[in-house]
Design a protein around this ligand. Structure first.
Ligand code: TYM
Length: 344
């Protein structure tokens, strides 16, 4: 065992998360992830990146990718991340992510990756045509997290399995290289009603960038009228709202709208239900529309303002990348030593 490494992780707490620049951001991304970034930055050193290397596991138009990266950065800033407080950067600007990912490719087992449901969903019926990168995607995600020795990872529910894999990789690395406390076993932060926002058209499907129906989601860049219209058109049922969450069983669309309302106001779903019990969607939807417009409208406007000055966004991302590398590089140097790679 290396002398300096304690038996359990004893390093600083760090928050890390990222979003892929592969399409418009929506309410699910906001409530499942972004809203938590802004809150956590004041509690724990926070690293938030734009996952451009993950985005290219599916085809991205090269001429558009940089613009997509800037748009995610603008969304981070518009939802309250402060570049003086949090470290905001593009993933591909910190090559230590990919270097650690290769080592982790040699730690993770094929059987572990074969279980990843997101690969199965994304690859679809013709998995032989999916990129190899899409398959090893969760290994790069583990490297994103562990290169900063992050301890907390704010994400939506759909990322829980990737976090379990990250913990498995961290545990196996620590064990195989006789360095028990080297990597922490990071925790996903998925608490709250925003962890799994469903489609506005189908309460059984996740709200998603790739849903062909734009009415299924509220985009961060939608204007007030579009937001209100999408809420009005959201699928619901004819029954009044009950007093207890348990009584919403089997009413997925109703439960989703209550959850959205609660997450937008930072309340519990039960609390919202108590307020609206006995009322129908004719009364509830206009209130939800007003709330969504009042929260989302200013975010879209601020994103448009920030996007008008790409040089300033690039400056913020360049500065963040430098700060990120200062933390990531020592981790990779230690990994090189532990693994026995050429360290110069
Ligand atoms: P991505 O870009 O698909 O989504 C970004 C974040 O949004 C959350 N999310 C949702 N939350 C609630 N309801 C929904 N309908 C919904 N849809 C998406 C996601 O859970 C995510 O938190 N693999 C990641 C990006 C990534 C990453 C990382 C995250 C790469 N490396 C390291 C954390 C740590 C992804 O594809 O997110």
């Amino acid at each position: 065992m290396t002398d300096e490494i304690p038996a359990t992780y004893a390093g600083p707490q760090r928050v890390l998360s990222g979003v892929q620049p592969s399409g418009d951001l929506h309410l699910g991304n906001y409530l499942g992830a972004l809203v938590k970034f802004a809150r956590l930055q004041h509690e724990v050193p926070t690293f938030i990146f734009v996952a451009d290397l993950h985005a290219i596991t599916a085809w991205q138009e090269p001429a558009k990718l940089k613009g997509q990266v800037r748009e995610i950065a603008a969304a981070y800033l518009a939802t309250g991340l402060d570049p003086k407080v949090a470290t905001i950067f593009p993933q591909s600007a910190v090559p230590e992510h990919t270097e650690l990912a290769w080592v982790f490719n040699c730690v993770a087992r094929l059987g572990w990756l074969d279980r990843m449901t997101q690969f199965k969903d994304k690859a679809g019926k013709h998995k032989e045509r999916a990129s190899v990168g899409l398959y090893t995607y969760p290994v790069l995600q583990a490297a994103d997290i562990l290169v900063y020795k992050a301890t907390q990872v704010p994400v939506g529910d759909d990322q829980k399995q990737h976090l379990e894999l990250t913990r498995d990789i961290a545990g196996k690395f620590n064990h195989d290289f006789a360095a028990p406390g080297f990597f922490p076993l990071p925790e996903p932060l998925t608490q709250g009603p925003g962890a799994r926002i469903m489609s506005l058209r189908d309460g059984a499907a996740k709200m998603s960038k790739s849903d062909p129906s734009d009415n299924s989601r509220i985009n961060l860049t939608d204007d007030a009228e579009t937001i209100a219209q999408k809420v009005r058109k959201a699928r619901t049922d004819a029954d009044p709202l009950p007093e207890l969450i348990a009584d919403l069983a089997g009413r997925a669309e109703a439960l989703n709208l209550i959850g959205i309302y609660a997450a937008l106001e930072g309340r519990t779903a039960q609390d919202v239900l108590t307020e609206y019990a006995g009322q129908g969607f004719g009364a509830f939807k206009p209130r939800l529309a007003d709330l969504a417009v009042s929260v989302m409208g200013p975010i879209g406007a601020e994103m448009r303002r920030l996007m008008a000055d790409p040089a300033e966004i690039d400056r913020i991302l360049g500065d963040g990348a430098e700060r990120a590398r200062a933390v990531a590089a020592p981790t990779v140097a230690e990994v090189r030593k532990l693994v026995g790679l050429w360290a110069g």
